[in-house]
Design a protein around this ligand. Structure first.
Ligand SMILES: *[C@@H]1O[C@H](CO)[C@@H](O)[C@H](O)[C@H]1NC(C)=O
Ligand SMILES: *[C@@H]1O[C@H](CO)[C@@H](O)[C@H](O)[C@H]1NC(C)=O
Length: 234
C-alpha cells in the first residue's frame, strides 16, 4: 500500500538526485531519460543517456532561472527540456556551460559549453531529433528517448552527420557503415570513419583488426561530427 510516507520517500530520492526539484512535482515533470550529445569545436563533450527533469538552472555567470518548458509560456505544464538535460549532464560529467538570459524570450542564449565558446560567427545550436528546435532550450520540452544535439557552429554546418552500422563485426572482415545527414536523410560522401572515406552512397567499408569494443564516429570538415556507433569485434 502506498502511504504518504513512501511517496514522500520516493520523491526525496528524486530530490536527492535533483536537488532543485521540489516535493510537489507535477505529473509530467518526472525524471526522464533522453539521449544527449554535445559536439564541441574540437571534440565530443558528452554523448550518452542522461536522466533529466525540468528545474531551475544557474550559469557560470551566476544567473539563475527556471528551465522547465514553462518559460515564455511555451508549455502549460513543466517538464524536462533541452537545457535541463545540458545542465544535468554538466553536473554529472563536471563541465561548465554559460549563457545570457533574455527576459523577452524568458530563456538563455547558450554562449559556451566546456571549452567551446561562441565567436562573432560561430554559435551553439540545438537540434531535437536532428531538427533545429523552433524555440530556446528552456522552452523546448523533451520526451523519453529523444535525441538532443547541442552543436557548436551549428548554423554554418553543411551536414549533421549520422553514422549507422552493425553492433557486431567479425575481425578482419570488411563491414559496411553508412554516413547520412541526420537532418535530410541523404547520403554523405567524403566523410571519414576510422581513416576510411565514405563513397557517393555514404558507405564506408571497414575491416577492424582488433577484437573488442570499438567506438566509431564520422567526421567531415565543415560538418557536425556524428554519433558514435559501438561495434563489438569478435
Ligand atoms: C526558480 O526560478 C523562478 C524564476 O525563474 C523563481 O520564481 C523561483 O522562485 C525559483 N525556484 C527555486 C526553487 O529557486
Ligand atoms: C557494402 O558496400 C559496398 C559498396 O557500397 C556494396 O557494393 C556492397 O553491396 C555492400 N555490402 C553489403 C553487405 O551491404
Amino acid at each position: 500500500m502506498f502511504s504518504v510516507h513512501s511517496i514522500a520517500a520516493a520523491l526525496l530520492c528524486v530530490s536527492t538526485l535533483f536537488p532543485r526539484a521540489t516535493l510537489s512535482i507535477p505529473a509530467k515533470n518526472h525524471p526522464t531519460t533522453v539521449n544527449l550529445r554535445i559536439e564541441g569545436a574540437d571534440k565530443t563533450i558528452y554523448e550518452g543517456p542522461i536522466f533529466t527533469i525540468g528545474h531551475n538552472v544557474t550559469t557560470v555567470y551566476g544567473d539563475s532561472h527556471h528551465c522547465d518548458g514553462t518559460n515564455n509560456n511555451e508549455n502549460e505544464f513543466p517538464g524536462p527540456t533541452c537545457t535541463s538535460a545540458l545542465d544535468d549532464a554538466s553536473k554529472k560529467k563536471g563541465f561548465q556551460w554559460d549563457g545570457t538570459f533574455f527576459d523577452e524570450f524568458d530563456d538563455y542564449f547558450v554562449t559556451s559549453i566546456g571549452d567551446s565558446t561562441e565567436t562573432d560567427s560561430q554559435f551553439w545550436g540545438i537540434l531535437l531529433n536532428f531538427q533545429f528546435t523552433p524555440v530556446g532550450g528552456c522552452q523546448q520540452e523533451v520526451n523519453a528517448g529523444d535525441h538532443i544535439l547541442w552543436a557548436f557552429d551549428a548554423f554554418n554546418a553543411q551536414h549533421f552527420l549520422k553514422l549507422e552500422g552493425p553492433k557486431k563485426a567479425k575481425r578482419g572482415v570488411p563491414t559496411n557503415f553508412t554516413v547520412t545527414d541526420g537532418m535530410t536523410g541523404e547520403a554523405v560522401e567524403g566523410a571519414t570513419v576510422n581513416g576510411v572515406t565514405s563513397n557517393a552512397g555514404g558507405v564506408v567499408r571497414i575491416a577492424l583488426g582488433k577484437k573488442g569494443l570499438h567506438g566509431l564516429k564520422a567526421t567531415l570538415d565543415g560538418s557536425i561530427r556524428s554519433n558514435q556507433v559501438q561495434v563489438e569485434v569478435y
